[in-house]
Design a binder for this molecule. Sequence first.
Ligand code: FES
Ligand SMILES: [Fe+2]
Length: 445
Amino acid sequence: MGTARNYVVIDPATGKLDRRIFSDEAIYDAEMEKIFGRAWLMIGHESLVPRPDDFFHTYMGEDPVILTRDGEGRLHALLNMCRHRGNRVCRVDDGNAKRFMCTYHGWTYRNDGALDYVPGEAQAYYDALDKSSLGLIEARVETYAGIVFATWDKDAPSLEAYLGDARWYLDTVFNRRDGGMQALGPMKWLEPVNWKTLVDNCSDNYHVPTSHLSSARVQTRYIGRPPLSHEDQFASPNQHAFVNGHSLTFRDADDNTPRYVHGMSKETIGLFQQYHDATLPEVERRLGALRARRVQLANHSIFPNGILGFRLALPRGPLKTEFWHFVLLERDAPEEIKRAIRTGSQANNGAAGMFEQDDVDNWRQVSLASTSRLGRRHPQDLSMGLGHAGPHPDYPGLVSERYISENNQRLFYKRWEEFMNAESWAQIPLDPITAHFDGTATMRC
Ligand code: FES
Ligand SMILES: [Fe+2]
């Protein structure tokens, strides 16, 4: 690490990255404060708490949080910690409850966080307890297209500003239909990897023809997926863009085909094309012609730990990450499409997913390399495509000339530095929103 600032880990001129950031305990502790303590974090989806008094147990970094919908329909993100001695007040993954009772001494909280009942309030506390100051600790909550985000930092910008022009791309998946999306899951599992390795992988298109060669060949043979080669990737007209910490890759499709999703095969492609054609007028009304017809979001991450759509990389220590794999479906899609995506998603990603297993092995080795006494003296090389990215006339953000580039990785670690070196949000730069959001879709619907 450098001396002028606390954290200087990426050299933007050479792309050299200090690999100690993947295993150092002190750095990990600082990340929990400086990144997970102040960024907007994806914590759930409105469809997981559809009715009044529904709740869903989730995490902000390592902190357990209850996402609740109160009796009036308002969302809350509440730290799952009794204000008395700190017992957890909720012990289940989800449910419907007006109140949460701590099972240590019985303090009871409403689902909006207010402390409602204390045994012996008059007798034991002589009516001297200020209940109004002892509600569950509450984070700020905002939603984007049904995805619930929360932040602990009262000075954080709006979620709209935080997502910035990344939303121009994200809308093409998450904000496509009037009926919105529904989330299924999550499937959860632990891996001995640092959380950043998989976020950085979300826009690494370089590894695909190597790491996933055997999985891709199987899919080419059995489900008709197009063959995959380095030559195709290098010549690909697809794009690679970066906004405010969020990494985005996308296809500029000029052939009016549906966006590729897991679940498409030679058997189901007709269904997907039919659905695409039937919904195009609605999507065009919502997103405008360019985004509806041509911009197809591919692999991406939302800073800091949203990976490949609505999936989470929850840190559990420098060398441990808990994966939460959700499937997001367009609520009004036909049942056959939903079934194809559901099964396709499990076959490719998730604990038993063919592609996920290829990836996780890489992330384990990359994380462990930072524990090698000799290895960590030598930085990672992220020099690919240096000097070959800039503004684009049609696409917002910083856009790479090629689909295969390490521009997003360099900028992800630069964003990491910006958060780690800032005293407060006032010192964290944010790109202004400059994209033109054609169509009727908004942050909320
Ligand atoms: S720790 Fe919760 S009531 Fe005592
Ligand atoms: Fe991969």
